[in-house]
Write a protein that binds this ligand. Structure first.
Ligand code: NAP
Length: 247
């Protein structure tokens, strides 16, 4: 088991990529603390993990923009498991619209859920990781944050922010034996991309050299590697998981 007894916090674990990462980490022996807003879906993930591994994750239903609740989740995780080895900042949303029609509300929602929450969670765990003299922080970015995407000015800005945050914090924490990396997925089959519609998806597919969309498992395996001992000499990196898009 590659994460035996490691304690991992994962945001946005109720479905999609976050759910797959939670299940993958649990199978590798990690003790989990999961959050999302949808309590029912989160409970289902918790039950699934418990029936497969025998170990029940801690579950927290709240909005990741709420700094107080982020702090409480981190505290309860520490009270229960006495350490935090891995933070996976995965929660995210899209509110796609061309810039001319983009509302301030949609700008603020995307920036705060996708970027501010990464700051809130990282700040909340960092003292513990410094004390432990070890830690892994993995942030979910996107290829939109590397090259931009029409109709996603808010989303792309948030994901570019995640990359800059990752690199800055990686430089700050390297001396403390804490690695900080980002994953930049291309199009992965989840609810987030379902809403793009068949026609747009087909157009995107033509630009994917591997000729298929990614599965949540494709991303979860990279997250597992970055969280594992094998990745101890990798920090400040952005790993694309995009079937070769834009190579
Ligand atoms: P998804 O299926 O829509 O899942 C998003 C997750 O984030 C859900 O668990 C959702 O839970 C949670 N979440 C959203 N807003 C939240 C909030 N305010 N507070 C707490 N939790 C919240 O999306 P996904 O495709 O798995 O995406 C996961 C991450 O990968 C995101 O950061 C996304 O930007 C990134 N990504 C995805 C793709 C892709 O093609 N799918 C590509 C590049 C990057 P609740 O609804 O229960 O709150």
């Amino acid at each position: 088991m590659r994460l035996k007894n490691k304690v991992a916090i994962i945001s946005g674990a109720s479905r999609g990529i976050g759910r797959e990462i939670a299940i993958t980490f649990a199978r590798e022996g990690a003790k989990l603390s999961l959050c999302a807003t949808n309590q029912d879906l989160l409970n289902r993930v918790g039950d699934e993990i418990q029936s497969e591994t025998g170990s029940k994750p801690l579950l927290f239903s709240f909005d990741v923009r709420d700094s107080k609740q982020v702090g409480e989740m981190v505290k309860k995780t520490l009270d229960t498991y006495s350490r935090i080895d891995i933070l996976l900042n995965n929660a995210g949303i899209t509110r796609d619209q061309i810039l001319a029609l983009m509302s301030e509300e949609d700008w603020d929602a995307v920036l705060s859920i996708n970027l501010k929450s990464v700051f809130l969670f990282t700040k909340a765990v960092v003292k513990t990781m410094i004390r432990q003299k070890s830690g892994r922080i993995i942030n979910m970015s996107s290829i939109s944050g590397i090259s931009g995407n029409a109709g996603q000015a808010n989303y792309a800005a948030s994901k570019a922010g995640v990359i800059a945050f990752t690199q800055s914090v990686a430089k700050e924490l390297a001396k403390r034996n804490i690695t900080v990396n980002a994953i930049a997925p291309g199009i992965i089959k989840t609810q987030m991309t379902e809403k793009l519609g068949e026609q747009i998806l087909e157009t995107f597919k033509q630009h994917i050299p591997l000729g298929r969309f990614g599965e949540p498992k494709d991303v979860a395996e990279v997250a597992l590697f970055l969280a594992s001992d094998e990745a101890s000499y990798i920090t400040g990196q952005v790993i694309r998981v995009d079937g070769g898009t834009n190579m």
